[in-house]
Ligand binder design. Structure first.
Ligand code: FES
Length: 82
């Protein structure tokens, strides 16, 4: 599945544990801290596509925002750093 990061580039998700791992492996400069859904540092806006939550975050996300450490894509997606 193709991941497009607005203004930053693209990468391909295969079977990484999380979207964050995929972005990290691709060398995308993406903020994160806890990797466990607690801090909100990895929050990005989902512009298009679908994701599945793989862990239940303590951090409360707003609207269409997602935590890259806590989701995997289930379609091609486009995200924007916020
Ligand atoms: S890195 Fe802390 S919520 Fe994702």
């Amino acid at each position: 599945m193709k991941i497009t990061i607005a203004g930053q580039g693209e990468c391909e998700f295969s079977d990484e544990f999380s979207l964050l791992d995929c972005l990290d492996d691709a060398g995308i400069d993406i903020p994160y801290s806890c990797r466990g859904g607690n801090c909100g540092a990895c929050e990005v806006r989902l512009l298009s596509g679908e994701v599945e939550w793989i862990q239940d975050p303590c951090y409360d996300v707003q609207g269409k925002d997602i935590l890259t450490c806590s989701v995997i894509p289930t379609s091609d997606i486009e995200i924007e750093l916020i």
